[in-house]
Design a protein around this ligand. Structure first.
Ligand code: DUC
Ligand code: ZN
Ligand code: ZN
Ligand code: ZN
Length: 505
């Protein structure tokens, strides 16, 4: 017997909207049937979607929760509460190694301890590797992948405490490639940025706005190009995270045209916000700290337009929030960047909240809210970017699609025009004290968020109806390469030349 039937909805898949009149039948938390005239049992709960769109629960594959370097940020409870209130049912967050840790297992235990029993949505971890020593690459990663369900890592090319050399990037990418892991890369040239910070500070240009000058597009372009060529040498699939520049996008596009397995992510702030946010306006100029993220917000409307083209033309594989919240009005939050009464942009924690607003912002620009000729993307592309692709790329095999056998993770939107609202901090569910999207109108908002068949957010009641602890840790499979293909030869190498240097397995 079915536990739940959802009727009168327009079901959206990656191939488009299914013909009208079909229902979704759910049993034991899974989608068991999709079709016309599904019979109800005696105890079947019926949900009326009221003619609105139904999309897969959002998969947000880039969020920062309970991070040691963000003491005022969201813990798992607040972050995942905010996630479900915005239609996201699965998040992937970062378990970060610090340089002095020579094994990843204590880090893993620490992240499990902090999250266990604390979440409103399902979740998994990526590992940030800052010290990828031989035993981690050779002995630990295989165990993490096969037994612990951690099938992706993030590597940094900037920040003293995080960045890896090109040599370390190559060795890590190669190890990950042989295990089928996805390598995420934060591509900014750390030396360029440090050099600029030093020069700006020497000239007393230390207000928040100068953060955007210290992280110019050229620093992202250069590192993105380098990351791509490094990946090409070792034939590794990678994903460039939080891409914000048209130059980086062009390198990615060129690589994709050459059928290299180069994936890319962008985030809401790079589509909607400009560096003028940092110059601020409101009452004192330190408010610009609210818009500090890395890479920085860009200067011109054309920068936003370029990224929207990447959304439309498939350059981007996933659309994530990069939810990296830090309280504004707190001495360990953004205000840690005021030193002896003087704002110092380089000391302001980097990152902005956005887990709850991600889906609505993008949905508002889609054919779900706008006529075809005004929309930035189709509904199918919306589903692909926010759920289908991140689920496949990161090995979430039961997530990201409305198909029989998949988890019944769904968003039921408001029927036309009934979901409009203006984004406001007062309505959000994170624990930080602002949203950088304050005052922005959205055309729709999730009316119901459903996780494994349970309603966890109900906008009609204006409350999170899920319970803390219902979210489960997901052991992921290895992900799929979604762009290009493996097995290509690096430019300039002949068949067989790779055998001369490749480790024998
Ligand atoms: N990288 C992220 O992924 N998020 C916030 C800041 C950063 O450098
Ligand atoms: Zn990053
Ligand atoms: Zn103020
Ligand atoms: Zn991030």
């Amino acid at each position: 017997m079915l536990d739940t039937i959802i009727k009168n909805g327009l079901i959206v898949t990656e191939s488009g909207v299914l013909p009208e009149g079909q229902s979704i039948g759910i049993s034991d938390g899974k989608i068991s049937v999709i079709g016309y005239d599904i019979p109800e049992g005696l105890g079947t709960e019926v949900i009326d979607a009221q003619g609105a769109y139904i999309t897969p629960g959002g998969v947000d594959s880039h969020v920062h929760l309970a991070q040691r370097n963000a003491p005022t940020g969201d813990n798992w409870e607040a972050g995942t509460r905010s996630a479900v209130a915005g239609g996201t049912t699965t998040v992937l967050a970062f378990a970060s190694q610090t340089k002095e840790m020579t094994s990843l297992f204590p880090v893993l235990e620490d992240y499990h301890e902090k999250s266990r029993g604390q979440t409103y949505c399902d979740y998994g971890f990526h590992f940030v590797l800052t010290n990828p020593n031989e035993s981690i690459l050779r002995d630990e990663l295989p165990i993490l992948a096969k037994e612990e369900g951690i099938t992706s890592v993030k590597l940094y090319m900037t920040y003293e405490l995080y960045k890896l050399s090109d040599r370390q990037l190559l060795e890590t990418m190669l190890a990950c490639r042989s295990l089928g892991l996805t390598t995420m890369i934060h591509a900014e040239n750390g030396d360029m940025i440090d050099f600029l910070i030093q020069g700006l500070e020497r000239n007393e240009n230390t207000a928040p706005f100068f953060h955007a000058i210290a992280g110019p597009k050229i620093a992202e372009d250069e590192a993105s190009y380098r990351a791509i060529r490094l990946a090409e040498l070792v034939d590794a699939p990678v994903l460039l995270v939080h891409v914000s520049s048209d130059g980086a996008m062009k390198h990615i596009r060129d690589a994709q045209t050459r059928l290299l397995p180069i994936h890319a992510e962008t985030c809401p702030h790079y589509l909607f916000l400009l560096s003028e946010k940092l110059a601020n306006e409101e009452h004192d100029h330190f408010h610009g700290a609210k818009g500090i993220c890395s890479p920085p917000l860009r200067h011109h409307p054309e920068d936003l337009e370029a990224l929207w083209r990447g959304i439309a033309n498939d350059t981007f594989t996933v659309f994530s929030s990069d939810h990296a919240p830090t309280k504004y009005d707190h001495p360990q939050g953004k205000k840690a960047g005021i030193i002896n009464g003087i704002p110092r942009f380089s000391k302001i924690p980097k990152g902005i909240p956005g887990i709850e607003t991600r889906l609505s912002l993008l949905f508002s620009e889609s054919e779900g809210c706008l006529p075809k000729d005004q929309a930035r993307l189709s509904l199918a592309r919306f589903v692909q970017l926010t759920a289908g692709n991140p689920a496949r790329l990161y090995g979430l095999t039961a997530k990201g699609a409305i198909l029989p056998g998949y988890d019944a993770d769904l968003v039921i939107w408001h029927p036309k025009n009934e979901g409009e609202r203006v984004i406001s901090q007062t309505a959000l569910h994170h624990s930080v004290d602002y949203t950088p999207f304050e005052g922005m109108p959205v055309k729709n908002w999730p009316r119901l968020t459903i996780l494994r068949g349970e309603i966890v957010w109900n906008a009609d009641e204006n409350r999170v109806t899920g319970v803390k602890g219902f979210g489960k840790f997901i052991k992921r499979s290895t992900g799929r390469v979604l762009v290009g293909k493996l097995g290509g030869l690096p430019a300039g190498m002949n068949e067989g030349e790779r055998d001369l240097w490749k480790p024998k397995s």
